[in-house]
Design a protein around this ligand. Structure first.
Ligand code: ZN
Length: 188
């Protein structure tokens, strides 16, 4: 509106009342941590997990792993990704967990209502290409339909990895997000 330069507004600027800036989730995190650090008493924990356990599981926000498995901080490694899948990077972490930090049991925990069961790779690639304008045809998301079958596949992949120690026990589980219950998926 260029005319305002020729006819500057001589009225006083309306007073802008700045509402108190809303706290972001980051601010809330920092504020909480300040209190947490004041009563922190876990500084004695060592790097290797106490229970020699490593858990590969989904990033789903509904799984409070320590609570639902009866673990304490320091007991287990937690490797989380979308789906709880034995991807190359998850296996990298498992190799470090077992060889470097002494874990001896691997639990693979997937869950009901996983987001990866609600899409197909093809459909999600299309959605991603459409929203970003970039070619997503090479992307892999590992969507799946059959939960138990998917758990078995991850267990098999971990069991057969040439770099993971053979004496390590690998077992698969499904967590029910509606019931809070965990059941084992036996290998076929
Ligand atoms: Zn999930």
């Amino acid at each position: 509106m260029k005319w305002t330069r020729a006819f500057p507004n001589t009225e006083p600027e309306p007073r802008v009342i700045h509402p108190k800036k809303a706290m972001t989730v980051f601010d809330e995190m920092l504020a909480h941590n300040e209190k947490y650090a004041q009563r922190f008493d876990l500084g004695h924990l060592q790097t290797p997990p106490v229970r020699k356990l490593v858990i590969l599981t989904c990033m789903d926000s509904r799984m409070d792993l320590e609570q639902l498995l009866g673990l304490r901080v320091g007991d287990a490694h937690m490797i989380r990704n979308a789906g709880g899948l034995a991807t190359d990077d998850a296996v990298r972490s498992l190799i470090l967990s077992t060889h470097l930090l002494g874990t001896r049991s691997i639990a693979i925990i997937q869950h009901t209502e996983c987001g990866l069961m609600s899409i197909t790779d093809e459909e999600f690639r299309w959605r991603l290409s459409t929203s970003t304008g970039k070619d997503a045809s090479h992307m892999q998301f590992h969507a799946f339909r059959d939960l138990d079958r998917n758990v078995r596949q991850q267990v098999a992949r971990v069991k057969h990895d040439p770099f993971l120690p053979k004496q390590i026990e690998v077992r698969g589980f499904v967590y029910d997000v509606k019931r809070g219950s965990l059941r084992e998926v036996k290998s076929e």
